[in-house]
Structures are given as structure tokens and as C-alpha cells.
Design a protein around this ligand. Sequence first.
Ligand code: ATP
Length: 265
Amino acid sequence: MTLPHAGPMLEIQHLTVSYRNHPVLGDLSLPPLLPGELVALVGPNATGKSTLLRALAQLVPASGQVRWDGQDLLALSTTALARTIGYMPQSLPETAALNVLEVTLTAMQAQDLPAGKAQLAAIAVLERLGIDDLALRRLDQLSGGQRQVAALAQAIARDSPILLLDEPTSALDLRHQWRVMNTVRRLADDGHLVIAVLHDLALAAQWADRILVLDRGCLHACGTPQTALTPDMLRAVYGVEARVQRCEHGRTVVLVDGPAGSPRT
Ligand SMILES: Nc1ncnc2c1ncn2[C@@H]1O[C@H](COP(=O)(O)OP(=O)(O)OP(=O)(O)O)[C@@H](O)[C@H]1O
């Protein structure tokens, strides 16, 4: 028997977002998402993944119900929102004249920590991500991958219960991908709800508890990596013929043979 979840959960019902009257998310409802979960948000390009995260972070106007711990997330004040959500955009602006430590400290303002404590906490976040040596480097002097990890530092520095990460590994080499996903996994294990947009389905399968598959603004599937990642889903959503192989240690590999309907090569 599954007991009903008693603590906070993220409930998204009938979420609608339009750009210039063109609906990108139309009446999207998701199963409840729980603290302690790492949820991978996957789907083809332009299907609304970033828009969903941006709507939850109040960066684009949205209608519908989004509730967390009894609160209406879409109506939270800026300060309350900053305490509830840490948001990592696809990239930080290259032109920002701030250094990595300053950017991280800026994200922590809602915590109202004394300056010394805030500085120590910010440095601890940079150490955790292995970029403390970049603390005094300006964002416009960083590589794309370094800027991506700085964006993650900014999001997790808030220590908020919900983390929204937009493609946290897309610019990273294999070692940094592992470090970031391991950090994100630990944050989920510590009780955060982490929703991460990922294009790499192998990473999603390796690290996520559940995979949400979005297709043209609608939920196509939601389940464990084993149930969500199937050849049928890959054909219907991504338009490819693919094999999904489960390897040793529970790893999953997706092998794409070609466009849907084409003979296997
Ligand atoms: N500010 C905007 N104004 C108008 N249209 C937008 C805006 N932002 C996104 N869109 C459109 O909304 C749709 C969804 O975009 P979104 O960035 O959410 O997709 P995505 O699934 O995150 O894509 P990708 O995987 O390519 O990053 C796309 O058609 C995009 O062109």
C-alpha cells in the first residue's frame, strides 16, 4: 500500500504559458513532485522545457495552479520566491562584470546572513563544485563550461528547497558532468526537489529518480528511467528508431539507428 505523502510537494495543474498569444505550454498537469527527488525533464528542442522552469521561477507570465507546501508559487513575493526556488538559467550573461564570488553572494541575499557568514557559505558552495579557484574571476573571463558551473553555484547557494536547473551539464566535459550530477544527486538525497533539464538521456537514466518527457508542451510520459525510456517513446517523441540497452550496474544506453521509419543500418 502506498501511503499518501504528508510533507511538502510541488503540484502543477493546468499550467499555461503563451508567448505573443502562441501557447507553448497548454494546460500542463504533472504528477506531484516530492522533496528528495531528482527529476529529469527531457524532450525535443523547442518543446517547452525551459519555459516550464521559467514559469515556475516567475520569469514568464503563467496561469494555472502551482502549489508548494500550501503556497501558490505563481503569486509568491520576490523574497519568498528566492527562499523557495533556486534557478539556474542555461547560461549566465557573458557580459556581467561581477566575479564568481559576487554572483554567488548576490544569489544569497534573501537569506539575510551576516556578511562574513555569507562569504564563508558562498566559498563552501564554490569548493563543493570545485570552482573555488575561480572565485575572484569575472564572468566575462570564464570559459563556457566554467560559466555554467558558476550558474549552478548561484542556484544552489540559496539553499532553497526547490532547484530548477536548465541543462546543467550541456557545456561540461565528462569529469565535470560527473561532478555536477553527483552534487545534484546529493542535494536531492539531502531533501531538495531537483528538476533538471537534460538532453543526455544516459545521464538522465543514470542519475534521476523519475523522468518527465515533454512533447510539444504536453506531458508524454513520467516514470522511472526503466519505464519512461523506451523505443516507443523515442519513436513517438523524438522521431527516431532507437534501442534502449540496460547494461551492467543498471546503466542505460540509448542507441539511435536513424529517423523513425528508416531501416536499421
Ligand atoms: N521569449 C520568447 N518569446 C517568444 N517565443 C519564445 C520565447 N522563448 C521561447 N520561445 C519559444 O517557445 C518554444 C519553447 O521554447 P523553450 O525554450 O521552452 O524550449 P526547450 O524545450 O527548452 O528547447 P531546447 O531544448 O531547444 O532548449 C519555442 O518554440 C521557442 O521558440
